[in-house]
Ligand binder design. Structure first.
Ligand code: MN
Length: 488
């Protein structure tokens, strides 16, 4: 990797921009790391360049890429954060400092996991770009795990799966999430990985490519008349997600393997729906497999149309239809919109970003204003708390092992009083289910329901839920008295 590759990548999206400071940062980093080498023998600067390159791929602003180049300087060299601030400005220094602090979070088994997650969230709250630097850094560390001892490898892979990839998922940075997961999978479960890799990438690949070509021909013929430009590609499911699905009992081996997954990218949203109509007219859709994530985006902002049809020779074929913009978003999540230079873009993004990201950004601004005091307060507030998400993407913090009923009352007392069931991460869960950090919780309500169940008091964790349940009983009790009182 060379600095020119990083510069060219950045210029792909920022043609006219001056990159002199980036080149200076490269020289600075090279001088600082001097003769240091990575465990695999490569000059240390290679790690800095790879980190910066991944950030440039994410179309992030110049200061973040500069910070990516310098991210290990204060920790591993004799140059200080002050010197970085003096040469590259306060913003770069703040980003480097944040990422250095984050490096100190080490995975120390499950009991420390929440603590680490909480810190990650705090880091996000300070500046989301710090997390991106950390992700790029981690990705390159994973790509060079080979030169480390088995123990160290496994620790890093485990830590990545427990802390980094869930957060990448929450932020919708799928490409990084999948890249990281597949590497971790390879090191943690080498045999399963090899088996799947052979099955899927060797045996399946030929079949997949032939099938794609046939589908492509049929679609192109049909679309010539409509004059819609489209790109169609094979979607190779990443190995770790196949492995995870296979762990679930209700999935059979073949159900996962025999699905052909294709992605169609078109110019406009109207084209997305047009293509969907054409696909459904060519092949019969499978019932209940159509999802409109354009009209109703996922909590992390993911947008696409998805449908599964009985394709050529009745083969199950999954289509994902989206615009170019949605395609970029799905790879890099919110970072696609993370343009600090043009404030208007930022506002535009804020309008359509999920509410919980807006809230984090709000906290970020608060911290910038009154920094350390609020930071300390937040530390205390977040202790022993978990974050869960509503289907709309709102984030709620609850005490550890809170239940769907606690969640329901936190959202609204009517939702609590009318709750009849819950879905956690799209699966039905009992109302006393212990929620975990990052869970997506949906409450099923019944409007006619009279009120809560007394049994709920046995498992609720929040005072709010407990008080509301008691209050509901008190109210029914008083209503009943009124009902049976002799009328005057
Ligand atoms: Mn590093």
């Amino acid at each position: 990797m060379t600095i020119n590759q990083v510069i060219n990548k950045f210029k792909e999206n920022n043609a006219g921009e001056d990159t002199a400071l980036l080149e200076l940062a490269y020289e600075f980093a090279q001088k600082a790391h001097d003769s240091q080498r990575r465990k695999n023998g490569e000059p240390y600067i290679q790690h800095c360049l790879h980190t910066a390159f991944v950030l440039a791929e994410m179309k992030i602003d110049l200061n973040t890429i500069i910070a990516g180049l310098l991210h290990d300087v204060p920790e591993d060299t004799e140059y200080t954060i002050k010197e970085i601030a003096k040469n590259f400005g306060k913003e770069v220094a703040v980003l480097v400092e944040g990422s250095t602090k984050l490096s100190k979070i080490k995975y120390r088994g499950v009991e420390r996991y929440r603590e680490s997650l909480r810190k990650m969230f705090l880091a996000i709250a300070r500046d989301l770009r710090v997390i991106l630097i950390k992700f790029a850094d981690r990705l390159h560390n994973l790509q060079t795990l080979d030169s480390l001892s088995v123990e160290k490898r496994n620790r890093i892979a485990q830590e990545t799966l427990e802390i980094y990839t869930p957060i990448a998922g929450l932020l919708g940075i799928w490409r990084l999430k999948w890249q990281m997961e597949d590497i971790c999978f390879k090191y943690l479960y080498p045999e399963e990985y090899k088996k799947l890799e052979y099955k899927y990438e060797v045996e399946k690949k030929i079949e997949n490519n032939q099938y794609l070509q046939r589908i492509k021909n049929i679609l192109s013929n049909k679309l010539k008349k409509e004059k819609i430009n489209f790109q169609i590609t094979n979607r190779f499911k990443h190995l770790y997600s196949i492995y995870q699905k296979m762990q679930l009992k209700d999935y059979k081996f073949n159900e996962i393997y025999d699905v052909f997954a294709l992605r169609v990218v078109v110019p406009t949203i109207a084209d997305c729906y047009k293509i969907l109509g054409i696909i459904h007219s060519l092949w019969k859709p499978k019932i209940n497999r159509f999802k409109d994530y354009i009209a109703m985006p996922k909590p992390n902002g993911y947008r696409s149309l998805q449908t599964t049809v009985f394709g050529i020779e009745g083969k199950a074929t999954e289509f994902q239809i989206r615009t170019q913009e949605m395609d970029e978003e799905a790879k890099y999540g919110f970072s696609t919109h993370w343009n600090y230079k043009t404030k208007n873009n930022n506002k535009e993004y804020l309008k359509k970003s999920p509410k919980w990201i807006r809230e984090i950004l709000k906290i970020q601004r608060e911290i910038e204003n009154t920094h350390d005091f609020i930071k300390q307060v937040k530390f205390d507030v977040f202790r022993d708390r978990i974050f869960v998400f509503s289907p709309k993407g709102d984030v709620f913090d609850l005490p550890e092992s809170a239940t769907p009923i606690d969640f329901a009352y936190t959202v609204h007392s009517d939702i609590g009083n009318q709750a009849t069931g819950a879905r956690v991460n799209d699966k039905i869960a009992p109302l006393n289910h212990a929620l975990k950090n990052g869970d997506l919780v949906e409450i099923v309500i019944e409007k006619k329901r009279k009120g809560p169940s007394r049994d709920w008091l046995k498992f609720v964790k929040t005072d709010k839920a407990r008080n509301k349940i008691k209050q509901a009983f008190k109210n029914t009790f008083l209503d009943n008295i009124k009902k049976y009182m002799p009328k005057k």
